[in-house]
Design a protein around this ligand. Sequence first.
Ligand code: SAH
Ligand code: SF4
Length: 386
Amino acid sequence: MTATGKTNLAGMTKARLRDFFIALDEKPFRAEQVLKWIHQRGVLDFDAMTDISKSLRDKLKEVAVIELPDIVEDYASADGCHKWLIEVASGSRVEMVFIPEAGRGTLCVSSQAGCSLDCSFCATGKQGFNSNLTVAEIIGQLWWANKKLGGFAEKKERPVSNVVMMGMGEPLLNFDNVMEAIALMMDDLAYGLSKRKVTVSTSGVVPALEKMKDYTDASLAISLHAPNDELRSQIMPINKRYPIAQLLDAARGYMASLKDKRVPVIEYTLIAGVNDHRQHARDLAVLLKDFPCKINLIPFNPFSLSDYRRPSGSSVTNFRQILQQAGYTVTVRTTRADDIGAACGQLVGAVEDQTRRSGRYRQRAQSETGKVFDSTDNLAVTADRL
Ligand code: SAH
Ligand code: SF4
């Protein structure tokens, strides 16, 4: 419901739209027409929906709107990536990033403004939590990427072939909205992405992971980042609540519920001198020996005010080799778009922190740079310009 009392159809799944039309005493198949207009053709204006009668369009205008968040900043990277900032209802700005590669285009989507989980290596975490994104704000990122990249043009192949919920926020702490947005991403009448091409990345919210099988069959990525509980709890506070064994069990349960053969991706951000030692790689190989998975190594992406460093190329190679020799499929994520502050973990948007953490962050930015920041400054991007 919007401030005007009208219903916003932009974030409604097919099931919700059908209920909406039934409640209006209209045929449920209207839901399919409206879905196609919004998400296949990029049309937000009822009057342009020509297969719907004028009288129904007038009725719709009285009770409903189609509202998506606005894009407020648009950055293009020298390597072809794009970063867009959208403004969400809470007033915060969140980021989405488009990463083109040979044969595919991946959109990295945000689920929250900020994040409460405070992982020590993550710029979003440093900002604290502001708000959960609505379904319209999450699916709006995919809508906007298509709009900006010409994806609504007829017969054109869509530029976004994959979505990863790896932008700002912890998707499983905004469970209902993320599940509905994913349903829209995978609906053939909307974006039609296959379950293999939509990935939920989680730092390990175990109860949510345990119930996820009842809502979706999307692909899964687990942010592990350490081979033992002691180290993981130091860099990811959530591990104190849900330690590694519980997390891997929950992931196993989810994977077992899928009807096809798929394995989760284990994400491991390599931070120099923290978790990138050869022994960490050996321990990781042992930890995961009964856990079918692929491993994705992410060399730490520095951001202003983090003291962590990216490991050298040779230590990344060593780490990779140890895991490969133990039989794992390992990829190393190449850093993209760091010239626009859009690489993994650099996303900060401009979040009004409710935990005061970003105030401290801003203060430190000011004392270290001598510049004055306010809450609308995107610190990562600003830092790149300093
Ligand atoms: N909250 C979710 C999804 C967003 S973070 C999660 O934690 O999985 C997406 C990925 O980027 C995670 O694997 C996260 O650990 C990683 N990441 C965060 N900060 C990073 C940094 N500074 N450098 C490299 N990767 C980072
Ligand atoms: Fe939140 Fe993920 Fe960043 Fe951790 S890594 S603070 S869970 S966004």
